[in-house]
Design a protein around this ligand. Structure first.
Ligand code: 13P
Length: 253
C-alpha cells in the first residue's frame, strides 16, 4: 500500500547554523522509524548541507521549486539536473505562495512538473483553494483545474511519478487546519479524478495534506483513508514537532 510521507517545507527560513542543527535533530529523532518516509525541503543554498548530513540516513531532501527550463540563460533559476546533482529526490511545484506572489499559473506549474519528472525528480504538486473560493463553493472546481493542468499536458502517467499535496490556502500558516473530514473529502475527490483516467495510478498516488499540520492534529488527519502524510511548514522548523508528526506517520502505517 501507500507508504506515508512526511515532508518539511522550510520556506525561506534559517541560516547555515540553524539548518545544520535542524537536520541533525531530525536525523536523530527519526532514526528508528521504519514505516514512514521522511523528507526535508530547505532553501536552495542549504541543499548541500542536507546532502552532507543526511546521506547516511533514510531521510530524503528536496527543493521548494524547480525551473520549467532545462538550462541556459535563465538568471536565478535552478534546473532539475542541478537538483539531481545534489541528490535531491523531490521538488515542490506550484506552492500557493509561488502562485500568488510569483504569478505562477497552471501552465507554468505543469511545465515544472513535467521537467522534474523528466529529470528524475519527484514533483510534489501543491493544489488548493483560497478562503473565498471555498466560501463560494468552488473548492472542487479549483483543485480540479490544478490537477487537470498536469493531466492535460503530461497525461495520467505523470501522476505515477509524482505526489500531490492538498494545501488549502486559508489553512497555510494561519493555525486554522482543515478538519479531517474537510481534508478527506477533497483528497477523495482528487483521487477519484485521477481514477477516472487510471485506477491503478490513482490507488498508488500519495496525497499529502498541508496547512497548519501540527503534532496535535497530525494523527487524526493521517488516519483518513485518502491522506497519506503531510507537507509541513511552520512545524517542520522545530525538530521535536516535526519528529512528532513523523511518528504519527510511522504509527499510521
Ligand atoms: P504551515 O504548516 O506553516 O501551515 O505551511 C504549510 C505549507 O505551506 C507547506 O507547504
Amino acid at each position: 500500500m501507500r507508504r506515508p510521507l512526511i515532508a518539511g517545507n522550510w520556506k525561506m527560513n534559517g541560516s547555515k547554523a540553524e539548518a545544520t542543527q535542524l537536520l541533525n535533530g531530525i536525523k536523530a529523532g527519526v532514526a528508528g522509524m521504519q514505516r514512514v518516509d521522511v523528507a526535508v525541503c530547505p532553501s536552495f543554498p542549504y541543499l548541500y548541507l542536507a546532502e552532507e548530513l543526511l546521506a547516511d540516513s533514510a531521510i530524503a531532501w528536496g527543493a521548494q521549486d524547480v525551473s520549467a527550463q532545462a538550462g541556459g540563460a535563465y538568471t536565478g533559476q535552478v534546473s532539475a539536473a542541478m537538483l539531481k546533482d545534489f541528490a535531491c529526490r523531490y521538488a515542490i511545484v506550484g506552492h500557493s505562495e509561488r502562485r500568488q506572489l510569483n504569478g505562477e499559473d497552471d501552465a507554468l506549474v505543469a511545465s515544472k512538473y513535467a521537467r522534474a519528472v523528466a529529470g528524475g525528480i519527484v514533483p510534489i504538486l501543491c493544489i488548493g483553494e483560497t478562503l473565498e473560493e471555498r466560501e463560494s463553493g468552488r473548492t472542487e472546481e479549483v483543485v480540479a483545474r490544478h490537477i487537470d493542468a498536469v493531466l492535460n499536458s503530461s497525461g495520467v502517467e505523470a501522476f505515477g511519478a509524482g505526489i500531490v499535496a492538498y494545501e488549502p490556502v486559508w489553512a497555510i500558516g494561519t493555525g486554522v487546519t482543515a478538519t479531517p473530514d474537510q481534508a478527506q473529502e477533497v483528497h477523495a475527490f482528487v483521487r477519484g479524478r485521477i481514477a477516472s483516467k487510471n485506477q491503478e495510478i490513482a490507488a498508488g498516488l500519495r496525497l499529502l495534506y498541508g496547512g497548519s499540520m501540527k503534532p496535535g492534529n497530525a494523527v487524526e488527519l493521517i488516519a483518513q483513508p485518502d491522506i497519506d502524510g503531510g507537507l509541513i511548514g511552520g512545524a517542520s522548523l522545530k525538530a521535536a514537532d516535526f519528529v512528532a508528526i513523523c511518528q504519527a506517520g510511522e504509527d499510521s502505517a
